[in-house]
Design a protein around this ligand. Structure first.
Ligand code: SAM
Length: 402
């Protein structure tokens, strides 16, 4: 059994193996998940599995100590690719400050802390430092890394940065930012055969995790799934598997409760509903990341790899409406960054050093080209009490596609 559990911690034979400490963590986590499965009559929802694999205190991927971000980690996010991303975003924050009079920023899940560093440095250059930069971070390990990076790179503004374990108790006026956070919210896995929606739960059989098809008894779950999959039901000939995020609604409600006036920007890979639940997307959108290898098996490298699902932005927009927020914009990342003033930002930061200039151009390409992050990533802007349009959505706003 132990040897088999160990096998859950390795991936493809050609991939680098986790180190001994990571393997030990992984084995502990596998034991914990399997005992959870046993205590729940032999299966748990995939949302529970994903939640434990990513966030189990001290053991989950985001709670424990591995590298994760950047070239030496598992994946590279936009703020890690280039400061251009955060410098552009800073201009959007500045506009929200000017329109609303609010001057606080709350960043959800701040990763290595690089976005906070680059945003604060650009806002300082623009004479528009926020009165407070709040970071909601549940991982003690990441909090420590963010603190170290900010202390090293932005010591003069460190006193404005505050770390939170939960959403702030008082409402804020300003900006909420979440880059690649929605894709990390645990999802349910479902399957459709002959127009019947069933849940794919996680069981532990023959010493490994596997899927277990089960009827859904929760009426709310059934009605949400049927509603979101309405277009696709009836046009599927074969087996169809996909994900459904039931946490988006409660998540947005909690964000809306703390944003008095201002805007929340969610940046992530995702689609509108008709693209997400497309009849030809028959295996869903789960993506796992391990040392820059992307694959769709969440049952290996438990706790050593990231597990994500694309975002159904139509659901995000509907949930926002339900909690009284306005959907101000939905644009591909390229259009958003361009509208925030990418050209001007690049001109500001170009200098005599041609290597630096070339590097900036290459990074802009990574952020904006359609084959890179430009089209796959979307930016959704949700607002409360913001009467005018926002510059980031002045061109390329695709709200009509939702
Ligand atoms: C892929 S990482 C992105 C990190 C960083 N924003 C970046 O772009 O590099 C996902 C982050 O989302 C955080 N996260 C997931 N669910 C969250 C929630 N409900 N509230 C706040 N952060 C959350 C995770 O802890 C993790 O730090």
């Amino acid at each position: 059994m132990d040897n088999q559990i160990f096998n859950q911690t390795v991936g493809h034979p050609d991939w680098p193996e986790p180190d001994e400490a990571a393997k030990a963590h992984s084995q502990e986590l596998v034991k914990l998940i399997t005992s959870n499965i046993q205590n729940n009559n032999g299966s748990i929802g995939f949302d529970r599995y994903m939640g434990m694999a990513l966030y189990e205190p001290g053991l989950g991927y985001y709670s424990a100590g591995a590298g994760k971000f950047g070239p030496l980690g598992d994946f590279t996010t936009a703020p890690e690719i280039s400061p251009l991303f955060s410098w552009c975003l800073a201009r959007q924050c500045l506009e929200v400050f000017e329109i609303t009079g609010g001057d606080r920023i709350l960043e959800l899940g701040a990763g290595s802390g690089i976005m906070a560093c680059d945003l604060l440095s650009e806002l300082m250059r623009l004479n528009a430092l926020p009165s407070e930069y709040l970071i909601l971070e549940t991982s003690a390990d990441l909090k420590q890394r963010q603190y170290q990076l900010l202390k090293e790179r932005q010591p003069d503004v460190l006193d404005r940065v505050k770390w939170l374990d939960t959403l702030p108790s008082e409402r804020i006026d300003g900006v909420v930012l979440a880059n690649e956070v929605l894709d990390a919210i645990p999802v349910h896995k479902i399957t459709i055969t002959e127009n019947k929606i069933s849940e794919l739960r996680v069981t532990f059989k023959d010493d490994s995790f596997s899927w277990l098809k089960a009827d859904i008894s929760d009426e709310k779950f059934i009605s949400l799934a049927a509603n979101r999959l309405d277009d696709v039901l009836g046009s599927i000939n074969d087996v169809y598997e996909t994900e459904i995020n039931l946490m988006i609604g409660p998540f947005l409600r909690s964000i809306s409760e703390i944003l008095a006036t201002g805007a929340a920007f969610f940046i992530d890979y995702g689609y509108s509903r008709n693209e997400y639940y497309h009849p030809q997307r028959t295996t869903g959108t789960l993506v796992c990341h391990y040392r820059h290898r992307s694959h769709d098996n969440p049952f290996i490298l438990v706790g050593c790899q990231d597990i994500t699902a694309f975002v159904d932005f139509t659901t995000v927009a509907e949930s926002a409406h339900e909690v009284g927020m306005e959907v101000h914009g939905y644009s591909p990342q390229a259009a958003f960054l361009m509208s925030c003033g990418m050209e001007d930002v690049m001109n500001t930061y170009r200098n005599e050093d041609q290597i630096w200039n070339l590097k900036l151009s290459q990074q802009a390409g990574q952020l904006m080209l359609p084959g890179e992050m430009g089209e796959k990533f979307k930016v959704m802007g949700l607002t409360r009490n913001v009467p005018t349009s926002l510059k980031g959505f002045s061109t390329g706003n695709s709200i009509h596609k939702l």
